[in-house]
Design a protein around this ligand. Structure first.
Ligand SMILES: Cc1ncc(C[n+]2csc(CCOP(=O)(O)OP(=O)(O)O)c2C)c(N)n1
Ligand SMILES: [Mg+2]
Length: 274
C-alpha cells in the first residue's frame, strides 16, 4: 500500500490550517458566509492547489491547465484563500470578501483569476466537469473547440469537488452516467464526506449510504479498475479516522489501496509544474 510521505502530510496540514485561518478572517470580516463547508475541504483544496494541479498563476487562462470545479460553491472562501496563497491575486484582497464591489462574491464567479466555473446552485459540478473532460479529450481547451479532431491525448484533467449533501441532487448522477458513458478517465470527482449539510446530518436528511456502491452502480467501476475507493483522512490516519470519500475514474490510480490521503491526489504527489 502506498502511503504519503510524512513531510508531505505535514505540509498539507500546515497549508490547510493557513487556509482555515484565512477563511475564518474572511467570514468574520464579512459577518456573512459559510464556515463548515470551507473548513472541511481545506485539506482537499490544499492538496490539489499546492501539490497536484498543473496550473500557472501567471497564466490563469493557459489552455492546458488542469481545471478545478468547486461544485459546492458556498465553500468559496477556501477556494479564494487557496488561489490567493498560490499567487493568482494578492492575499490582501481576501479581506474584501462579500463586500460591495469586491470580486470575491459569496459564490464563485469567473471574474476571479483562477475560478473556472460559476457555482452556487448545488449539483452541477460533475456534469460541467464531464463536458470539460470530453472537450479535453477531443483536443480542445474550451467548449468551442469541441469540433477539434478526436483521439488526441487529454491536454488537461478536470477535478470536481462535491459536498456529501450535494450528492442528494439527481443531476449529479446524470453527470456520473455521462462520465461513465464517455469513459472520462481525465475527470476526477471528490466527495467531501463531512457528514453534514444545511439542515442536519446527511444521514438524516437523505442517507446516501452505501455511497461507494452508488458510484459503482452508475458505471464507474469495472474489472481491473476498482475505483472508487474509500480513503482515510490525512489529518487522522488509521482505522479510527474520519473518511472523506474521494473517487477517481482513472486507470492510472487504480492500484491505490485505502490509507491516508486523498484518492486521486496521492500519485504523483510531487508538485507538477507547467
Ligand atoms: C440546488 C441548491 N439547493 C440548496 C442550496 C442551499 N445550500 C447551500 S449549502 C447547502 C448544504 C450543502 O451540504 P453539502 O453538500 O454536504 O456541503 P458541505 O457540508 O460541504 O457544506 C445547501 C442545501 C443550494 N446552494 N443549491
Ligand atoms: Mg456535507
Amino acid at each position: 500500500m502506498h502511503l504519503h510521505d510524512e513531510t508531505l502530510v505535514r505540509d498539507i496540514a500546515r497549508t490547510a490550517q493557513q487556509l482555515r485561518i484565512d477563511v475564518l478572517k474572511m467570514v468574520y470580516g464579512a459577518k456573512s458566509g459559510h464556515l463548515g463547508g470551507p473548513f472541511s475541504a481545506a485539506e482537499i483544496v490544499a492538496s490539489l492547489y499546492f501539490h497536484h494541479l498543473r496550473i500557472d498563476p501567471a497564466r490563469p487562462d493557459w489552455a492546458e491547465r488542469d481545471r478545478f470545479i468547486l461544485s459546492k460553491g458556498h465553500a468559496s472562501p477556501v477556494l479564494y484563500a487557496a488561489l490567493a496563497r498560490r499567487g493568482f491575486f494578492p492575499v490582501d484582497e481576501l479581506s474584501t470578501f462579500r463586500q460591495l464591489d469586491s470580486r470575491l462574491h459569496g459564490h464563485p464567479e469567473r471574474i476571479v483569476p483562477g475560478v473556472e466555473v460559476v457555482a452556487g446552485p448545488l449539483g452541477h459540478g460533475v456534469a460541467i466537469g464531464a463536458g470539460m473532460a470530453l472537450a479535453a479529450r477531443m483536443g480542445g481547451s474550451k467548449p468551442s473547440a469541441m469540433s477539434a479532431p478526436s483521439g488526441r491525448a487529454s491536454a488537461f484533467r478536470v477535478y470536481a469537488l462535491l459536498g456529501d449533501g450535494e450528492t442528494n441532487a439527481g443531476v449529479i448522477w446524470e453527470g456520473v452516467m455521462t462520465a461513465a458513458k464517455y469513459r472520462l478517465g481525465n475527470l476526477v470527482a471528490i466527495v467531501d464526506d463531512n457528514g453534514i449539510q444545511q439542515t442536519g446530518a446527511t444521514a438524516d436528511v437523505m442517507p446516501m449510504e452505501p455511497m461507494i456502491d452508488k458510484w459503482r452502480a452508475f458505471g464507474l467501476a469495472r474489472p481491473g479498475n476498482p475505483w472508487p475507493q474509500r480513503q482515510g483522512d490525512p489529518r487522522r490516519p488509521g482505522p479510527g479516522g474520519r473518511h472523506p470519500r474521494a473517487a477517481e475514474r482513472d486507470h492510472r490510480a487504480h492500484d491505490q489501496g485505502s490509507g491516508r490521503g486523498i484518492h486521486g491526489v496521492r500519485q504523483p504527489l510531487a508538485r507538477r509544474t507547467p
